[in-house]
Design a protein around this ligand. Structure first.
Ligand SMILES: NC(=O)c1ccc[n+]([C@@H]2O[C@H](COP(=O)([O-])OP(=O)(O)OC[C@H]3O[C@@H](n4cnc5c(N)ncnc54)[C@H](OP(=O)(O)O)[C@@H]3O)[C@@H](O)[C@H]2O)c1
Length: 337
């Protein structure tokens, strides 16, 4: 017997579109291996929603050049008003991350949880700003939040932090959390480019945003570090607690000198044994796992644990399908229990 799980999603951008593709591609696997069928009832965008009580046809949504041209499109109906009114099991948020106040996602979370829906999110805004409040809200309503996609996309670091190390406390985390910064530092160190040239190249190749401030300023990494450290180490930090320094002042001279001494410069996020959080450029030995293997736009996460010492996990930490894969994993896990 396959269990039908109704869901609504907000944000039909890079990740939202990839999620629809992933659900379409993995429909049989999800049914055969997990006994689930996801039925998409609402897609909210900033100016309206696509809605069908009996479930939208994923193939038709995926094939549409413009979802606003589909007959199920209802202009002006917004997530913040519609989430509470509609009845489905899981609400998925893939709206843009807002580092200032977490909106619109935090309002979406509140409305979803208070109206009996579990939440899955790729948007890290609410969790980097109000982790404790969001978790308490979920607990109060007897609901769950899946947020694997917010840190490292499909690299399962949140699963590791939540339950993969039960009984084996994490005492320290070191992580390369931002692919854009890592790419720029890597190109500077391998092609001996200046920062500005490497940034321009990263933008041309689609690794950096037109406004790269959040990435190169270390704020994206700081937000992810908060979510990961709170989960793994039971902290109650926000992004305002992270000492943050970007990579914009790293010079080619500094990289050349580091190289001569056997080091590379990486933008490293650290949660130390006392629970202090920081993100800043640091010297990392070239022949260590973090120094040698983390090239290009990869992410790396090193957990220091009490019983099993070091555990390092490496992978692609961004990309629409990578994030959608993490969202799908959370949707499956939440819907099975
Ligand atoms: N892309 C990745 O590799 C990746 C990886 C991990 C996590 N994430 C996170 O996942 C989220 C989505 O990322 P993305 O790359 O898909 O961004 P995106 O392409 O900008 O998509 C976001 C979509 O949400 C829409 N939107 C804006 N305000 C909305 C509202 N109030 N209600 C409903 N929809 C709204 C946007 O419309 P407009 O464009 O018209 O404003 C856009 O279509 C972000 O929080 C991001 O940080 C992304």
């Amino acid at each position: 017997m396959v269990k039908i799980v109704k869901f609504g999603m907000a944000g039909y951008g890079v990740v939202g579109k990839a999620l629809v593709q992933a659900l379409k591609a993995k429909k049989k696997l999800v049914a055969d291996e997990h006994g689930l069928e996801f039925s998409l009832v609402s897609v909210y965008e900033f100016d309206g929603m696509l809605h069908s009580e009996k479930g939208l046809d994923l193939a038709r949504v995926a094939a549409a050049q413009n979802i606003r041209a589909l007959p199920e499109w209802q202009p002006g109906k917004l997530a913040r008003d519609e989430i509470e009114r509609q009845s489905y099991d899981v609400y998925v948020d893939m709206t843009p991350t807002n580092i200032k106040d977490g909106e619109p996602a935090i309002t979406h979370f509140r409305k979803a949880l208070s109206s009996g829906k579990n939440v899955v999110t790729s948007n890290k805004g609410p969790l980097m700003l109000s982790f404790d409040e969001v978790m308490s809200m979920a607990a109060k309503n007897g609901k769950r939040i899946g947020y694997e996609a917010t840190v490292g996309s499909a690299i399962p670091v949140i699963h590791v932090a939540k339950s993969g190390l039960n009984g084996n406390p994490v005492t320290r985390i070191e992580a390369i959390l931002n692919g854009t910064s890592n790419y720029i530092l890597y190109r500077m160190a391998t092609e001996w480019m200046d920062f500005d040239v490497a940034l321009k190249e990263a933008q041309e190749r689609g690794y950096a945003e037109t406004d790269p401030t959040l990435d190169i300023g270390g704020h994206d990494a700081a937000g992810k570090l908060v979510i990961l450290a709170n989960t793994a180490m039971g902290l109650k930090k926000t992004i305002h607690d992270v000492k943050t320094e970007g990579i914009e002042h790293v010079t080619l001279d500094a990289i050349t000198m580091a190289d001569k001494e056997g080091f590379v410069i990486k933008s490293l996020g650290t949660a130390d044994e006392k629970g202090n959080l920081e993100v800043r450029p640091k010297l990392v030995p070239k022949n260590s796992p973090m120094g040698a293997a983390i090239t290009g736009s990869l992410n790396a996460y090193r957990f220091v644990t009490e019983l099993a010492r070091d555990i390092t996990i490496i992978g692609r930490g961004a990309g629409g399908m990578e994030a959608a894969a993490a969202v799908l994993t959370d949707m499956i896990e939440i819907s099975k229990t």
